[in-house]
Design a protein around this ligand. Structure first.
Ligand code: GRG
Length: 294
C-alpha cells in the first residue's frame, strides 16, 4: 500500500475516534482539550500501534482505544512542553499553542484532563471488551505509565531542561531522548502487539525496532529544527539553537548525524526480518520517520 495513503487513512480513523472520546459539552475546558487533541498532528504513535498489531496478526479495531489513549498522552505532553515554564512556544501544529489561545491556567487543566481521559479510555468498557485479556490490558497500562514517568518522559523532559545552555555528551543526549521521546514510541509499538499474545521473539524484535526508530525520530527532529520551515513543521524552527541545546547536529555535525540516521533506519529494518511481509507497514513507517519533512 502507498504509505501516504495509509497514513492519511489511519490519521482520519484516529481523528474520528478521538472526536468521539473527547468531551463536547461546550465548556472552555472541553474546547481547549478538543483544540489541542484535534489539531493536525501526524498521529505517528497511534499509527505505530496499529501497524504493530498487524505485524503480529492482530486487527486495528481492537487496538484503536489504546492508540487514541497514547495520542492523548502525547498531546498532553506537548501542551505542557509549550508552557512558559518549559519551552515557552507560541506555535504548535500550525496553530497558537494552548496557553496562547486559552491562557495558562486553562492550558494546564486541559492537558491534565487529556491525561486523565487517556487512562479513562484505557480502563474503560470499550478497551476492556476488545482486549484479548484483562491481564494484557493491565500490562499495557503499566507499560504506558512507566514510559512517561520518573524514568520515562518526565525524566527526559527534566534532563532536557537541565541541559539547556550546557554541552552534554552524546551518551547523555541519547539517554535524554530515549526517555523524552523514545519510551512512548516504544510503548506504542509494544502495546499494539501485546493485545494479541505475541511470542517472546516477536516482542523482543519489536522492542529492537522501536528503539531504533525512536532514536531516528529524534535525530530527524534535530535536523528538521535546523533545516525545516515553520510552514512544514507547524512550529517555529531554530528553537534548539535559540535555547542553546545540545543536538545531534551540534555534537556530531550534519554529515555524521545523517549517517547515524541511516544506520538507525537500517537497524530498525533488520529487526523486522522475522515478521516477513506482515511488517511491511512498520517498514514503511521507519522510512517515513527518516524521510519526513515535518
Ligand atoms: C507525560 C506525565 C507526562 C509529563 C510530561 C512536558 C513533558 C512532561 C514532556 C514533554 C516531552 C515532549 C514534548 C516530547 C515530545 C517531543 C516531540 C518530538 C514532539 C513532536 O512529536 P510529533 O512530531 O508531533 O509526533 P505531532 O504534532 O505530529 O503529533
Amino acid at each position: 500500500m502507498d504509505i501516504k495513503a495509509y497514513l492519511s487513512e489511519k490519521k482520519s480513523l484516529i481523528d474520528a475516534q478521538l472526536k468521539g472520546f473527547l468531551p463536547s459539552d461546550g465548556s472552555v475546558l472541553s474546547e481547549a482539550m478538543r483544540y489541542s487533541a484535534l489539531a493536525p498532528g501526524k498521529r505517528i504513535r497511534a499509527i505505530l500501534t496499529i501497524a504493530s498489531a498487524q505485524a503480529v496478526g492482530g486487527d486495528e479495531q481492537t487496538v484503536v482505544p489504546v492508540a487514541c489513549s497514547i495520542e492523548l498522552i502525547h498531546t498532553f505532553s506537548l501542551i505542557h512542553d509549550d508552557l512558559p515554564a518549559m519551552d515557552n512556544d507560541d506555535l504548535r501544529r500550525g496553530l497558537p499553542t494552548s496557553h496562547k489561545k486559552f491562557g495558562e491556567a486553562t492550558a494546564i487543566l486541559a492537558a491534565d484532563a487529556l491525561f486523565a481521559l487517556a487512562f479513562e479510555i484505557l480502563s474503560g468498557e470499550k478497551a476492556r471488551k476488545s482486549a484479548k485479556s484483562e491481564g494484557a490490558l493491565l500490562e499495557i497500562v503499566n507499560r504506558i505509565s512507566s514510559s512517561i514517568g520518573a524514568f520515562g518522559m518526565c525524566s527526559g523532559q527534566s534532563l532536557d531542561m537541565l541541559s539547556e545552555g550546557k554541552k552534554i555528551t552524546l551518551e547523555e543526549l541519547k539517554l535524554l531522548h530515549k526517555r523524552k521521546t523514545g519510551d512512548l514510541i516504544s510503548a506504542s509499538v509494544f502495546c499494539g502487539a501485546r493485545m494479541f499474545g505475541p511470542s517472546h521473539e516477536q516482542i523482543s524484535k519489536l522492542e529492537e525496532y522501536a528503539s531504533h526508530i525512536g532514536l531516528a525520530f529524534q535525530i530527524k527532529d534535530d535536523i528538521l529544527d535546523l533545516s525545516g520551515t515553520a510552514l512544514d513543521l507547524g512550529k517555529n524552527p531554530g528553537s534548539d539553537v535559540k535555547k542553546n541545546k545540545s543536538t545531534f547536529p551540534s555534537l556530531l555535525g550534519m554529515e555524521r548525524s545523517m549517517d547515524m540516521l541511516e544506520s538507525e533506519r537500517s537497524s530498525a529494518l533488520k529487526a523486522l526480518a522475522v515478521f516477513g511481509n506482515k511488517a511491511e507497514l512498520l517498514k514503511d513507517l521507519a522510512d517515513y520517520i527518516v524521510d519526513r519533512n515535518r
